[in-house]
Design a binder for this molecule. Structure first.
Ligand SMILES: Cc1ncc(C[n+]2csc(CCOP(=O)(O)OP(=O)(O)O)c2C)c(N)n1
Ligand SMILES: [Mg+2]
Length: 235
């Protein structure tokens, strides 16, 4: 499902309950952000460091334990994988928590960065996914969570299945447990990652990338030189 579908399903779930959204990922639509109580959403972390999502969610679960609030964190798959060891703390301290992984199969934000930088520097845009894909094999999110004491399910692909999964997550939470739901974005299996049809043979990458990097470094250096020079000339 799309992130918008995920967000609106979670928003509907939250509207009917006292949910605290401890975390939402980049790209969460504003239309799914109707917050009425100070504890409905805890806000964004200052630094934007990938890997903090699980820890922040579980810290919120610690603070809100016994408050009657259902603590839910929605994190990217990259964020989840970089901070996955925080889950053990929640299981160890018996902190009820629900973690939803918006799983698009990689560090998508940086694919977009690489696309922009490639365009700017005249490098092959088709290579934007390299180093950003979390596939082949796709990490088993639920197994990683189970290994640390969580319950969970997934991959969940349809909205109706997410509604049912959230009900099971709530039951787990109310009995004092920890639950993860691996929600797969449509992109992971189709449109986006398949664009990685590289016009180069694997054996050619380093040379071709190296050559274009050298060219763009030269251009980048000249441009930087002009900018720095102009800043000194300014009155
Ligand atoms: C520690 C750290 N490393 C790298 C980055 C750069 N960065 C920002 S968003 C992002 C991708 C995060 O992936 P994911 O959580 O799966 O979210 P997606 O962009 O795929 O929705 C990266 C690598 C960062 N902000 N912090
Ligand atoms: Mg991702």
């Amino acid at each position: 499902m799309s992130l918008a579908a995920l967000a609106h399903t979670v928003a509907e779930f939250a509207r009917a309950r006292d949910v605290t959204l401890a975390r939402i990922p980049i790209g969460w639509p504003g239309t799914a952000c109707r917050f009425e109580h100070p504890l409905d959403y805890l806000g964004k972390d200052g630094g934007g460091a990938v890997g903090t999502g699980p820890g922040h969610t579980i810290g919120s679960a610690l603070a809100l334990k016994g408050s009657g609030r259902l603590v839910v964190g929605v994190v990217g798959d990259g964020d989840f994988l970089m901070g996955v060891n925080a889950l053990w703390t929640a299981a160890h301290l018996e902190l009820p928590v629900i973690l939803i992984v918006a799983n698009n199969g990689g560090y998508y934000n940086d694919v977009r960065h690489q696309e922009r930088v490639a365009a700017e520097r005249g490098r092959p845009i088709e290579n934007k996914w390299i180093g950003q894909e979390l596939g082949q094999p796709t990490p088993d999110i639920v197994a990683l969570a189970r290994a640390q004491g969580f319950d969970g399910e997934g991959p969940v692909r349809a909205r109706i299945d997410l509604v049912a999964a959230l009900d099971r997550a709530e039951a787990c939470f109310l009995s004092g447990g920890q639950y993860v739901i691996d929600v797969r974005s449509a992109a992971i299996e189709s449109r986006f990652w398949e664009r990685r049809s590289i016009p180069l043979r694997r054996s050619n990458w380093p040379t071709a990338i190296g050559r274009s990097t050298a060219r763009s470094n030269k251009r980048g250096h000249d441009r930087l030189h002009r900018i720095v020079a102009a800043s000194f000339e300014a009155p």
